[in-house]
Design a protein around this ligand. Structure first.
Ligand code: GMT
Length: 380
């Protein structure tokens, strides 16, 4: 198949998932055309069958903001026509599903029937999509998609309760490349980051408000009172400055390292003893899955789809949103008990196997085929 993938290129879960999907599809022999305003962060090397079409900008004194939606629609039309796409897959409803509808209508005028699949990732529904200023457009665009997928049962339930949908939604979980995400011990890195053999606590995110990163630091301050430990904070985003101030106020900066955005997160995850994810909202929790795949137990909130990934008392623990004291205690419970930690590590990796890339990608291929068949029937 020739597949167009529209995604955000940044270090957000939807872009990561879309990129890994495109790479996986190309490895299976499909031709994949990424359409994005920058090279997606996880697209680091040349891969046979993968092409990138950048959406440019357009400045004009009349515009306060460049017209991203129109530029993207125009690029989709161009790529669809000249690369003869069979299907278009857009990630994140806002504005990608709306733009996909516009682009496919333009193509229809030129007798090209391109089906489009929309994948809802989370905040496009639970935060941005719900906002009164956008919700009617989001609902319309979901209904106009040929197929709609979501990343968890929890997100399916929320989407159906927030919007009046005429569409069936298919759940396709986030997936993981288990070869890449596996535990690869690195004594040199461990000695550099935890020189006295301290335990390593880790968090990875885009440091947005919804991630409740301050709870990570609060939980860690409790952990380090009882156990020599280090906290590695990976990623960057709007909350980082506040967080750095908080570490200084608490006088614990010596035990916290902010490593910024990293590409090879699997190497760092391999160093961790426990992963903390206190999110306010989390439709699936790809970062949690990446940790589990590297054999790292997860202490997380019980938000959204996290309950479908992180199994309480087996792969880690689930705590109420905002209860950082419980998160700290649960992490300590694991960190202080080597046998338990070893058992949870094994369970974590075992759970991750359920989300193996090879099991999930065929579900997307099936959705593409179904959307193409549906379009053909409508056409005849
Ligand atoms: O994690 C983020 O805030 C980024 C966000 C996105 O849409 O870019 O990630 C969402 O999509 C991921 C991939 O499907 C999910 O694993 C994340 O749980 C989801 N984030 C939220 O729901 C907050």
């Amino acid at each position: 198949m020739k597949i167009g993938i529209v995604c955000y290129p940044t270090y957000g879960g939807s872009g990561v998932l879309a990129t890994e999907l495109g790479i996986g599809l190309a490895e299976k022999g499909h031709e994949v055309h990424f359409i994005s305003y920058k090279r997606p962060a996880r697209l680091t090397t040349y891969i046979k069958g993968v092409y990138l079409h950048e959406v440019g900008s357009y400045e004009y004194p009349l515009f306060e903001h460049p017209p991203y939606d129109s530029l993207l629609a125009s690029k989709i039309v161009d790529v669809a026509k000249h690369e003869s796409l069979d299907v278009l897959h857009v990630h994140y409803a806002v504005p990608h599903a709306t733009v996909a509808f516009l682009a496919t209508q333009i193509l229809k005028e030129q007798n090209i029937n391109l089906p489009f699949v929309t994948t809802l990732h989370g905040t496009d529904i639970t935060l941005v999509g719900l906002d009164k200023s956008l919700s009617s457009v989001v609902e319309f665009s979901i209904n106009k998609s040929d197929k709609v997928t979501v990343v968890s049962e929890s997100l399916k339930e929320q989407t159906n309760s927030f919007f009046s949908l005429k569409k069936d939604i298919t759940v396709i979980y986030n997936f993981i490349n288990l070869k890449r995400f596996s535990r690869k011990p690195n004594n040199e890195h461990r000695a550099a980051l935890a020189p006295a053999g301290e335990k390593i606590v880790m968090h990875i995110s885009n440091f947005r408000k919804v991630k409740r990163v301050e709870d990570v630091v609060k939980a860690f301050s409790l952990i380090r009172q009882e156990l020599p430990s280090k906290l590695l904070m990976i990623g960057d985003g709007p909350e980082r400055i506040k967080l750095e101030g908080m570490c200084r106020d608490l006088g614990i900066c010596g035990d916290i390292r902010f490593l910024g955005k990293q590409d090879a997160v699997e190497d760092l995850l391999s160093l961790a003893d426990v992963f903390l994810l206190p999110s306010e909202k989390e439709s699936f929790g790809l970062a949690a899955l990446e940790a589990l795949a590297c054999g790292v137990p997860v202490v997380s909130s019980d938000a959204g789809g996290l309950q479908e990934v992180n199994i309480h008392g087996s792969t880690g623990y689930l705590c109420s949103i905002g209860d950082w004291e419980d998160m700290g205690r649960k992490a300590l419970d694991l960190l202080k008990d080597d046998d338990k930690l070893a058992l949870f590590r094994t369970n974590a990796r075992k759970k991750a196997l359920e989300f193996a890339r090879d099991n999930i990608i065929p579900q997307y291929e099936e959705i593409y085929r179904a959307s193409m068949a549906q379009k053909k029937v409508l056409q005849n």
